[in-house]
Design a protein around this ligand. Structure first.
Ligand SMILES: [Zn+2]
Length: 336
């Protein structure tokens, strides 16, 4: 593994895994109503999980960031209904949306866009196997050596480095618990689920955050789960390793915004509306224009990555994503 691959890889795992429990420190998991029968589970790390309770059973959107998160989601659903979880729809393959799958009953039918099912096999599984079998054990050996040296020298960084070692060991144990569970049904552009007298539309609008994004539209409730097409009030992650395309991402958001939708559940961040959704498209458009100008001015990628945030992005969370956002767009623009 090249060093740059390793950095991306660790960012991937640690962003998605978060703490070992799948919970931010001190957080309490609770279920919050969004519309009639539709809820989101709050207090978990990773992507926003929603579930719809109907007389015909339950449909869940995404599965949380770890097996433990999946179990917590199942426990929250059980507090609302004793009807079975019939369907679980994935918005895309990223681990913070799929690593909880094993906690759902085997009878739950998992649905995903075809590219998402492919990405789970070709990207998640080999990465995690490499992490479990090679990188994490190597990191633990190196960290143990560091701790032993500090012990001998009675270094004052010892407690911090010991805690880091324990965190690595816990993360490895959690990774080893992961089982790969795959969709039973895939689709290309659109699939409708009929449950308890409601239609739920699962729609793929082409490459955006990844090449397999699904938007979940609840037309009867005027609600859209936008998956990671929307990082509400935050810099997005652009999934270049899975064919992300910011030009089409903007077009996809504009199309989704033309649907009958009042409430928008983002992949990450707080519940919002169409305006909140369109802000993501506005950000991506401005970013593309800014990077286009940098390229036209003859700037290298390294120079372009030093760009200051535009004033209209003020207050966006996760500003550390900006250089990688610039890199994704730069490479997209010079490719075309
Ligand atoms: Zn994602």
């Amino acid at each position: 593994m090249k060093k740059s691959d390793a950095v991306i890889f660790f960012a991937f795992v640690f962003f998605f895994m978060g703490s070992a429990s799948g919970l931010p420190a001190g957080a309490e998991v609770r279920t919050v109503p969004v519309a009639n029968g539709l809820y989101i589970v709050e207090g978990l790390e990773g992507g926003n999980v929603a579930f719809l309770v109907t007389d015909g059973g339950v449909l869940v959107v995404d599965s949380g960031t770890s097996p433990e998160a999946g179990r917590l989601i199942m426990a929250e659903i059980a507090k609302k209904t004793d009807r079975p979880v019939k369907y679980l729809v994935l918005t895309h393959y990223h681990g913070d949306h799929t690593f909880g799958l094993q906690a759902f009953p085997p009878s739950t039918v998992i649905i995903a866009q075809q590219n998402t099912a492919d990405n789970m096999r070709s990207l998640n599984e080999p990465r995690l196997r490499g992490m479990m079998e090679d990188q994490m054990p190597e990191m633990i050996v190196a960290q143990k050596l560091k701790v032993e040296t500090l012990r001998k020298r009675k270094g004052k960084e010892l407690p911090k480095e010991e805690a880091a070692l324990r965190a690595l060991e816990t993360q490895l144990a959690e990774l080893k618990e992961l089982r790969f569970v795959y969709p039973a049904i895939t689709f290309q552009t659109k699939l409708s689920v009929f449950l308890g007298g409601q239609e739920i539309e699962v729609v793929h609008l082409g490459r955006a955050h990844t090449d397999g994004d699904a938007l979940i539209h609840f037309p009867g409730l005027n609600v859209l789960h936008a998956g990671d097409l929307l990082f509400a009030a935050s810099y997005p992650y652009i999934g270049v390793e899975a064919g992300a395309d910011t030009a089409n991402w903007i077009a996809a958001i504009e199309r989704a915004a033309s649907w009958e939708v009042g409430t928008v559940i983002p992949g990450h961040g707080r519940i919002t509306d169409k305006q909140g959704l369109l802000k993501m498209a506005a950000y991506l458009s401005e970013l593309r224009e800014a990077v286009k100008s940098a390229i036209a001015a003859g700037k290298s990628l390294a120079e372009a990555k030093k760009m200051a945030p535009l004033p209209s992005w003020n207050g966006f969370a996760r500003e550390r994503q900006l250089p990688s956002n610039i890199e994704a767009v730069y490479n997209e623009l010079i490719r075309k």
